[in-house]
Every structure is written in C-alpha cells, then in structure tokens.
Design a protein around this ligand. Structure first.
Ligand SMILES: [Zn+2]
Length: 490
C-alpha cells in the first residue's frame, strides 16, 4: 500500500469499527475495474453544483422527452401575451441588451471579445421610437426582435394565416422583407422549414439512389435465381388466374414463369419444385423479396430441407432483386403486345412470351440464354421456312458429322460461358459506374427517426386521394445493415 494512503486507511478503520460486521480488504486496481470507473465518474461530477443530475452513460435520447415539449408550449403562450414587440423589454439573455446599453449609456460588456463586437456592430443599429432597429444593406430599417419573438414571427409567416410552408432561405427573405431582424434568423428559418411535420409527410420523392449499386454475380448457370410475383392482374384469365410467378437465372437470364389463381406459401414452394428443381436442379440460392408469400414458415422449412439459401430484398430496397423486377417488367410488356383482342387469354400466351425471351440476344452477356445453356442456338420456325445458312449446312452433313459438330459445340460451351461471364462483368461495372454517378449518399444510424415512402405509390379514390401523404411514419431504425438496408420498428 502507498504511504500517503495510510491516514485514509486508519480513518476508514475507525469509521468501520462503528458498523458491526464490516471489514476492509485490499484489492489490486486491475481487479477492481467497475469501482474504479465509478470513482472516476464521481470525480468528474464533483464540479457540478446542481443536484440531482442525470448522466447519460452510453445511449443518447432519440425522442425528446415530453417534458420539453410542454415547456415549449408554455413558452409560446407567454410569448403571445408579450406581443406587441418592444425592444425596451429586456429578457434575460436577450441579444439586444448589450447593444442597447451601448447606444443608451455607452457601457460595454466586460468580455473583451464582446466589447470589440459591439463596438463594430453598433453603427448599424439605431434607436427609433423606443425600438431598436438595424439598418440592412439595402438601407431598410429592420425592427430587432428577441429570439422568442422572432420564432413567433417565423411561425406566423411559415404556417400562420398567410403561411405557405416555404423553404428555409425563402422564409428568411420574407421575414426580412416584413422588416424584422434577429441574429440567428436564417438558421431558425431553415430549421423551422426542415422540421415541419406536414412538409416532411408531403415531401417530394427522392429519385436519386441512396447507395451505390451492389450487383449480384453468379458464376454458373442455375446457381442463383431471382423470383418475383406479378399481379393481381386484371382482367382475370378465363381459367380465373390472376398472378404470375416468375423466376430468372442470374447467369444466363433464362426465365421461367407460371400463372396461378392465388399465391400462397405452398404455391411458391410448388413453383420452385416443378419449374426449377425438377428441370434445372437445386439452385444454391434464390433472391426474393420480403413479401409474406416468400418469407413464411412453409417456405423456410422447404428451403432448409433442400438446402437453398433464401436471400431477401425489401420493397424499399428493390435494387437488391433488380433482375426479377426487370424480368417482370419485360414479361408484362411483351404480354401486353401479344395478347391482342382477347385479353382474358393471357395465361395461355405465357409460354409464347417466354420462348422469345429465352432465345433473344442479350447485350450484357453478348449471347442468348439458350446458347449459354445448350451450347447451340435454337432452331427457330423462320429458319426452317426460309432455310438459313446454318440449316443448309446441317442438311448436307452425315449423322456422324452432325454428332462430331455437336460434340465440338459442347466442348466449347465452357469457354463460351466463361466469355459470357466476363462480358457480363464488364457490362455490370459500366452500369455500376453510370448508376453511382447519380447516387446521393444518405445513411441512417441505429435509433434515427425516419419516414418511409407510402406503398403502393399509386393513389386512387379508394386510398385518400390527392391529399394523401407520400410518406408515412415516423419509424425508428432498429438495425442498419450493409448495402443500404434497414430494419424499422414503429
Ligand atoms: Zn411545412
């Protein structure tokens, strides 16, 4: 023990003697972390003289405690009473006080920096009819208000009788034009416009992406599928179906789709089994959105049983399932043009629409999905009707030569796939670069209050019509993931 601690030790011993069943033990500092920290906090607290005092340890307040709001309301009531504005009323901490003192009595504050500031600023102030005014650069006389009066004027200008909820800088200009001045008026105006709740709820959509693109890369056919639901489609088909389940392979862009009456968990599992697994084997993962038909107990069990990883994207981060979305769009577009007059026969045309999609030349891979899967191009009806060079050559070959040619094609398939992948990656990096130019980075932290875009974005008379808010909330960010995804709670 240190020598200077001995008096403390003795005194403690005397005090402890008065308490029965108490004793003093020596513990090395390294084994006494919590008590040591507490002692440190205690020493820091000693400099405050008002008690009791609340000390936040690690979490900060996300929502201001309701007491503050009440206090604000009380304040605004008081302010209404103290309206008409008069500069001679000096509140505590009023910024006008030092200027007034200087103009009236020639006295300056004690602080040196403030003295210089007052001296420099004083020529711009003038005392008219017992009201302190400030000469603006345009030569107007602006009536000086205390901060509280200023806020009252701002509130009236912003959302009062003639208020139009203008943006911050415009609001500031208007208040100035009305002939008022206080030092923090620009900041207060910006803050008022920024924190107005109706303005936030009806704010315009932000179309700039908030995160750079994170492309999904698959290295082999049928390794990863993107899945999505289209529908409900009106009109229903003749066989009463109104949904399309669609899946696209990430590597080759090969697509499968089927029409259903309703989409339940069992329907999705059935689709994966019959349309994907029985035809192309078990994929490594499936990217789907966060809808209830995809994320539920039946699906979780099903995917666990055959060891498929489920990767989900949310409705608010649709870019994560971009491939499925893009395919859905294309499918709808081709369907629309194919169905013709009988709009109820769309489910019968599905196969007709999928086929060209599979045999279409794709810019990203510089090849057709069909050739990436089978190593050769599909023979299209047109090629048979008007024999193409390819067909003509084949017809002249013997069976053995044909087999040889086919083997050679299959031999080069690996190379073709590798090339396609390289081209695709080049294409993706080009797209990513173009996309990232538009990105305006915005990110939120755990505990932030956020508003989210109201879905569906379409407003009909059934929803609230024209005056419906575009955003809803507030929600609290519970968890922030990478790639710009957030978990929100109310
Ligand atoms: Zn507003």
């Amino acid at each position: 023990m240190k020598l200077e601690l001995v008096p403390f030790w003795r005194h403690a011993g005397e005090l402890l003697a008065q308490i029965p069943k108490a004793s003093l033990h020596y513990v090395p500092r390294s084994e006494n972390g919590p008590a040591d920290t507490l002692a440190g906090i205690d020493a820091n607290l000693a400099q405050f003289d008002e008690w009791p005092r609340q000390i936040p340890i690690c979490e900060r307040w996300v929502i201001p405690p309701p007491i503050e709001e009440e206090a604000e309301e009380e304040q605004s009531d008081e302010m209404e009473e103290s309206f008409p504005i008069s500069a001679s009323e000096n509140e505590i901490g009023d910024w006008r006080e030092p200027v007034l003192n200087f103009l009236r009595y020639g006295t300056l504050p004690a602080d040196l920096r403030e003295r210089v500031h007052i001296r420099r600023a004083a020529p711009r102030y003038i005392f008219v009819n017992d009201v302190l005014c400030r000469r603006s650069y345009e030569g107007l006389l602006l009536c000086c208000l205390s901060k509280e009066e200023g806020l009252q004027v701002l509130k009236e200008t912003y959302s009062g009788i003639c208020g139009t909820h203008q943006a911050g800088p415009k609001l500031h200009l208007q208040v100035k034009r009305l002939g008022y001045y206080w030092p923090s008026m620009l900041r207060d105006a910006t803050e008022m416009a920024r924190t107005c709740k109706p303005c936030q709820l009806h704010a315009d959509y932000i179309h700039q992406p908030l995160e750079p693109l994170h492309p999904t890369i698959a290295s082999w056919p049928f390794e990863a599928w993107g899945m999505g639901i289209i529908g409900p489609i009106t009109p229903k088909s003749d066989s009463d179906r109104q949904y399309i389940l669609a899946a696209t392979d990430y590597f080759s862009k090969w697509a499968e789709a089927a029409a259903y009456r309703e989409v339940k968990a069992t329907t999705v599992a059935d689709f994966i089994r019959t349309q994907i697994i029985y035809r192309y084997g078990v994929p490594r993962y499936i990217v789907m959105d966060n809808g209830t038909s995809f994320r539920n107990r039946v699906m979780d069990c099903f995917c666990k049983k055959i060891r498929i990883q489920q990767r989900t994207s949310s409705a608010y981060n649709p870019a994560a399932n971009g491939l499925a979305k893009a395919f859905n769009k294309t499918l709808c577009k081709i369907l629309k043009k194919t169905i013709g007059a009988n709009k109820k026969s769309w489910d019968e045309k599905l196969g007709e629409v999928l086929w060209p999609y599979k045999t279409l030349f794709r810019a990203p891979t510089q090849s057709t999905p069909y050739s990436l899967i089978y190593g050769t191009e599909a023979v299209l009806p047109l090629e048979v009707q008007l024999p193409s060079l390819r067909i003509a050559i084949r017809e002249g070959l013997t069976t053995e030569e044909c087999a040889q040619l086919r083997l050679a094609e299959l031999e080069s398939l690996d190379e073709q796939r590798l090339e396609a992948q390289q081209r695709f990656e080049c294409y993706q990096s080009r797209m990513t670069r173009a996309f990232n130019k538009k990105v305006r980075l915005r990110s939120f932290q755990k505990g932030d209050l956020v508003l989210v875009v109201r879905r569906p974005m379409l407003f009909t008379s059934k929803t609230d019509g024209k005056f419906a808010s575009k955003w809803e909330g507030p929600y609290v960010v519970q968890e922030a993931y990478t790639n710009g995804a957030y978990k929100l709670v109310t």
